[in-house]
Each structure stands twice: as C-alpha cells, then as structure tokens.
Write a protein that binds this ligand. Sequence first.
Ligand SMILES: Nc1ncnc2c1ncn2[C@@H]1O[C@H](COP(=O)(O)OP(=O)(O)OP(=O)(O)O)[C@@H](O)[C@H]1O
Ligand SMILES: [Mg+2]
Length: 489
Amino acid sequence: MKYETNPPDAASLMMSARSFGNYDLPGALADLIDNSIKAGAREIALTCRFSDGDPEIRVRDDGHGLSGQELRDAMRPASSNPLAERSPDDLGRFGWGMKSASFSQCARLTVVSRRDGELTGCVWDLADVDAWRMGVLDADEIADLASPELLSKDGVEVIWADCDRLSENGSVTQAEFNALIVHAGNRLALIFHRYLSGEVRGRKLTLRLNNRKIEPVDPFYRDHEATQQLEAEPLEIGGRTIDIQPFILPHYSKLLPNQYDQLGGEEGFLRNQGFYVYRNHRLIISGTWFRLLRHGELSQLVRVRVDIPNALDHIWKITIDKSDAQLPAVLRNRLRQIVQGLSRRSARVFRSRGGRLDRAGTTSVWSRYARGGEIRYAINREHPVIEALLEAGDDEQKLTANAALKVIEQAFPVAAFTQDAAREPDAIHQTLTDPLVFRADLNAALPMLLMQAGGDFAALEALLRVTEPWCEAWGATEAILKEKGWLNA
Ligand SMILES: Nc1ncnc2c1ncn2[C@@H]1O[C@H](COP(=O)(O)OP(=O)(O)OP(=O)(O)O)[C@@H](O)[C@H]1O
Ligand SMILES: [Mg+2]
C-alpha cells in the first residue's frame, strides 16, 4: 500500500462548519465568552452595531491574549483534540468553538490579539478560503480595525462581519436586530449568571452589551426568602461528582409582577421548569425534564440545578455548540426518583394556597358542617361573589341562582373525589396555578366587589384581605390594586 494525502476542500469544509451544532446568536456569543473566561478575562465587552443593515458584532476581552503563533493555531479548524482531558476550568472541548460559533452567524471572522504588547490579526473570509488561505493583518490594518482598548491592553477581540446568518433570509431590519440583541442579553444574563454574580473563581465577571452591564439572572431566585432550597443530592459517576440541587420557587402570590416576569423568562414558568444543567458553572441546558416528567402546571415551580464537571463530557455526549447533552443512563433512574418527590412538593405549595375551610377570620367559598356524625359541604352564601350572584336580577333570577347552588352542592361528586384523593392526591388540580388567569378573574370581579364595599377603596381592601381566593394570594392581589391606584402605596 502507498499513501497519498487527501485533504478536504477548504471552502466546502468551512461551509459545512457553518451548520455544526445548533447555534443561535446567544449560543454563538456564549461560545466566545467561554474562551474569554478560559483566558482569565475579567471584563468582556460585546458591541453590536446595525451599521445600516450590514451588522458588525464584536467580542473583546481583557484575558491573556494569544501570541502570533498561538492565534494562528487557534484559527485552525479542530485546533485541539476533543478527547484530551481539559483543565477543570476549561469551558472548551472540540477546538471548533470560535470558528463554528462565528461562522454560524457571519461569513467573515477577524480575530485580533494582543499578548505582552504584541499585536496579531487573522481573518477567515468564507468567500475566499481556497487552499486554506487565511488573511494576516499588517500593523496599520490592525490599528484601523481593532478597538482602542485592545490596542492598549492585552486581550482578544473577535469581529464578525458579513453577518448573513442572523436571520433565515440573510438580512435583518433595525427592529429585528434590536430584538435579537435584547434576547441575546437576556440569555447571557442567565447562561453566565454564576460568573456574573461572582460565584465562580471568587470574583465577578463583568459583561457589557453595547456599554450596558449585563446583570445576572438567577433562575432559582436564591435571594428570595420564599425560595425553598431542598437537600442536595450528590451523585458519584466515574469517580467524579455530579451535584444535584433542587429548588422550589416562590408561589406567584409572593412575587411582585416584575419579579414574576423575570423569573418566568420569555416563555413563562411552565416552559422553564425542570433541570438546569451547568457545565463548569456555565448553563448549557435549561427547562427540560429529559422526558422523566411532563411539563405540568403543578411542577412549574420546580427547578433542579445539576452541576457536571467537564471531565464527564463523554458520558453526557456534549454537542459542539454545548447547547445540548444527553442524560446518561446511569443517572436516569436516580433522577426520576428525585423528580417525582419534587413535583409532589411543588404541588403542595399550590394546594396549600387554595380553599382552606372555615379558617377563622376569613371568608371561604366552601363551608364544612359536621353535626351528629354527619358531614356536609356547602357553598358559603356570604362570600361576596356568591352574594352578588344571589342578589342579581329579578325574583325569578334569584330563585334560579339559589336553585343552581343547591344542585351543585347536592351533586358534589363525593365518590369520585374520595377515590381520586385516595389513589392520586397529587393529580388533583383544583387550585389556580396561572397568575394571568388570577388577574383576569379578579379584574372581572372587581366592579361588583367595589360596589359591595360601598365604593370605598379602604373597605374593598379590607374585604379582599379576608376573602378567598384573594387573601390566599395577597401579594398578587395587592399588586393589581396598586396598579389601579386603588391602594395607598
Ligand atoms: N479570547 C481568547 N483568549 C485567549 N485564547 C483564546 C481565546 N479564544 C480562543 N482562544 C484559544 O483558541 C483555542 C481555540 O478556541 P476554540 O473555541 O476554537 O476551541 P476550544 O475552546 O479549544 O474548544 P471548543 O470547540 O469546545 O470551544 C482555544 O483553545 C484557546 O487556546
Ligand atoms: Mg472554545
């Protein structure tokens, strides 16, 4: 046998690299930020300019930078072996990130580096990579292109031009571009929240997006007193430890509307329940149960932090864009147990809020009568909404309303309910879990309640404070009244 060299065609290989992984803009930026963190950066500046429809995106850090030769090596596709053991703080794996992340968004990648004062600049332009031709900038070109900060301080500046992949059709309007940037900022605030808050490495990372500091968003809301941090469950796999830390978030009645919106994120609580998997403290996956559990209403408050070290990449099958991983089989059963216990506890947070019977000082919807060995449940005719129903309309309508209540009480499905309560208490879903519906229902009832309170705001507040269901979620009720200006702040 003889051997011939048979290298790939540069242009074709680089074109296919554009579709490695499943990058969106925040994912691609995150991959560059990983590199900056690895290089010891304390400050990372993202600059995104629309530039009349020819957007340019820059990521500049103040890390240790790269020498001329190191930059040339780093520009090379597959610049390192994915099987090599990485230092525990290394967020990289494949030797592809900088290239594949960049080309997922742009066609022209320029990297300028300053190390020990020495400046180097290299360019891959996908329109012109025949025979692996890479551009190397001269001193004047670097001075023109690089930002003043980089010219005077060691670090790396990555510049994306010809950004033809920010949208499906290749171009974006100013409004679309702005929306992309806002979304990217929100994602990065979450992805790197532990670095931004100073939880990692004992110092804070500063991340700026167009000069605005990105503040960390903690998906577990550990600062809030009503957040429940449950027992941690460390798991040993292959001689390494995976930390599993479940949290139950505060019920919406304990959150202000803006806190609720932030915690719910762009897709809301329901979508964002589940595991939050961190690789070296950097969020890689969120809001999935790995098909161990449905995304249920009653488990919407559960979020489980899973910390995996990069030494376990092989068993998680980490993807190139680090946006996905698969749950190793050894973990599956263990996690299933943990998860089931958790959703039960979340359900309890909801259930404990609704319909406690005959609590002293409150007006409940149901009353329970126990006399002479007999128990009877009845609808409380003095509850303001029921009262309004019974008072509305002419005599005939009043009679009908009263008859309707009686029918409902008598037909209370005792047998079915008892069975469900015995067999599947956690599945019973009678309480309201959606704050938007809560808000809409209260809004609908408010005019009538205000009338019952004699048109007096103070009396209305006093009424709601002791009346179900509003007293059970007083925080949410109060916020709605305040918005209307019906409450003295
Ligand atoms: N901002 C930076 N500062 C210093 N060195 C960097 C920077 N960005 C990249 N590098 C160097 O370039 C190399 C290649 O980066 P690249 O992101 O392509 O691959 P990787 O980080 O090794 O692995 P992965 O594909 O998992 O990201 C890195 O290993 C690092 O040595
Ligand atoms: Mg990398």
